[in-house]
Design a binder for this molecule. Structure first.
Ligand code: ADP
Length: 191
């Protein structure tokens, strides 16, 4: 089982991807997490990635593809969360898998209205401020949130069309537990 999981910022894909990975025994790969880890290593490339993330822009495709392809090396069952982010990455990924003699099982799209997702991110920022100040993500600043949604609309949303032959679309509104149930049901019906 090889799944890509995508949705807007604030769609809850990180939370749901972790649940799904557990439920289906898949290795969960989050490119966002991989990049945030790279930022911490203090190298020149790490700093460049850090600046890009803080600005709410996308890390360049060559770096993203490299990091992802390395992360899935030797894995038969995985769930990729946060990749691909645009059509170029999606095409490269298809080609890469084809070269490995395999293909994606499906693309799961977590569908949340932009206004709902944006509200969630603003709320998350406030909650984090209450708890641990330095846990706040730099890319959760209001102006950056706006830019992340713009990038999402322009670059990531076209994936819905690209994956139209293998997409599973799940409504991501409701409580996390409700959404988890909806995803499980959609996958059962699809299989
Ligand atoms: P969110 O979906 O809430 O933006 P992620 O953790 O998936 O959170 O991603 C955080 C940031 O990491 C993105 O805004 C982007 O800068 C970078 N990133 C993650 N995945 C990719 C990717 N596949 N290509 C380019 N940049 C990426």
């Amino acid at each position: 089982m090889k799944i890509v999981f995508f949705g807007s910022p604030g769609s809850g894909k990180g939370t749901q991807a972790a649940e799904m990975a557990k439920g289906y025994s898949l290795t969960h790969i989050s490119t966002g997490e991989l990049f945030r880890a790279k930022v911490l290593d203090g190298t020149r490339i790490g700093r460049r990635i850090g600046d890009t993330i803080a600005a709410g822009s996308l890390v360049d495709d060559i770096t993203a593809n490299y990091v992802l392809f390395k992360a899935i090396e030797g894995l038969n069952r995985f769930l990729v969360d946060g990749y691909p982010r645009n059509i170029a990455q999606a095409k490269m990924f298809d080609l890469h898998l084809e070269n490995m003699g395999t293909e994606l099982t499906c693309a799961l799209f977590l569908d949340v209205p932009i206004e709902v997702a944006e509200q969630r991110l603003i709320l998350r920022r406030t909650k984090r401020q209450d708890k641990v100040e330095n846990y706040r993500r730099a890319d959760d600043a209001p102006t950056v949130i706006h830019h992340r949604f713009e990038v999402y609309r322009k670059q990531t949303e076209p994936l819905i069309q690209y994956y139209s032959d293998r997409i599973i679309r799940v409504n991501g509104t409701g409580s996390p537990a409700e959404v988890t149930r909806k995803i499980a049901k959609a996958l059962r019906e699809w299989e």
